[in-house]
Design a protein around this ligand. Sequence first.
Ligand SMILES: *Cc1c(COP(=O)(O)O)cnc(C)c1O
Length: 474
Amino acid sequence: MSPEEFRHYGKQVVDWIADYLAGIEKYPVRSQSRPGEVRAMLPAHPPEQGEPYEKVLADLDRVIMPGITHWQHPNFFAYFPANGSGPGILGDLLSSGLGVQGMLWATSPACTELETLTVDWLAELLGLRAHFRTDSAGGGVIQDSASGASLVAMLSALQRVSGGVAGADGIGERYTVYVSSQTHSSLEKAGRIAGIGAHNVRTVRVDPETLEMDPAHLLTLIDEDVAAGAIPVMVCATIGTTSTTAIDPVRAIGEICRERGIWLHVDAAYAGVAAVCPELRWINDGVAEYADSYATNPHKWLLTNFDCTVLWVRDRKPMIDTLSILPEFLRNQASESGDVIDYRDWQVPLGRRFRALKLWSVIRWYGAEGLRDHVRTGIALAERFASLVAADPDFELRSHHPFGLVCFRPLRTDAHDVMELVNASGELYLSHTKIGDEVWLRMAIGSPATKEHHIDKAWETLRAAGKRISPGRQ
Ligand SMILES: *Cc1c(COP(=O)(O)O)cnc(C)c1O
């Protein structure tokens, strides 16, 4: 494709995206596609001859769109939001255009230096302490996901506690990691990948009401394990759990970690970005004093297209010691000078995209004010929804909803049935969780397109669905 052809089709694609976003409400939120349907509409074999790009664009409308669930739709309330935005898309497009592979400083100095600047900016915007800034012993780095960030934190913790032995000779001891029943499943996965073993990822009890990790039980488990000869590696505390946005008592957990020399990782994948608002900085209580690492996802609630997780560490040495490996073909003067950062040593893969461009674009376009507005709007809409639920005796509301997520359940009908009915209607899309044996619905608000009337309409639809399937109601 020549640059002129690219210009021609590129304009069509940008127009297509702008039309898509402008007209997104005409689509059912959740794809109505059945398994195999998308594939069945396409040729089984790749074309022998190249095709005009028009044909690709035509298939986009004909084949791909029916199989799309619209995450940017104002009525998308499932899981957590995955916000995109104009500046985010443009930043990503520029990154694709440059096609930079930023494994080393030397493979594109701007890719590294813009990332350093941007993660330091974000640390400042979130009010994180100076020891997470890159001009300290620590620093931040953009990862593909919170899962990747947890794995990097775990490997760094393993490096620190074993003095590198676990990385060099393999896992010779029994190492343990501590999470709660509410911790994201990626921590168990990280334990498996790191060689610690799923059974050594220990589950700490939570308070049955608040679902926060119980520090007393954490201490009990650590003592038991140490008595049995295990070496505790890491505790993961969560700020804003995936199920209900519970907030673990980071300070109390951190005191235990400090006393026992255990790495504290704080997973704030969804909620961490809320700290752009000074009135929400309380969520990070204890992080400054105790966290060895902290991760949050601008790709969830901060208007930055997937993928963009920022991981900060207090001390980058154990991370670099465990992840750095230097084959001859990567040797270069800049790296050897020690004056530059090579982010390949801060992540699992070698290669890396120029992700800072999209986050930098977002921060510049919105400014701190715009980002705060976005978070505050999401929270205000969640409060609006919560008060509608609270006013209806046929529904129960969970009172904890400091962010954009509201958990609630119908009392007279089956929550699953209500969810399936509204999701199948295509009008809105929400997901569920289980607390104990009860199914709760999760209304995750946070798309920049969502306005008050979407919330009011969503509630009407949910209420009506509750009535339609309630069998014995008078
Ligand atoms: C969403 C979420 C994750 C996983 O995020 P990815 O970036 O998709 O890996 C991890 N932890 C928490 C608390 C989450 O909410």
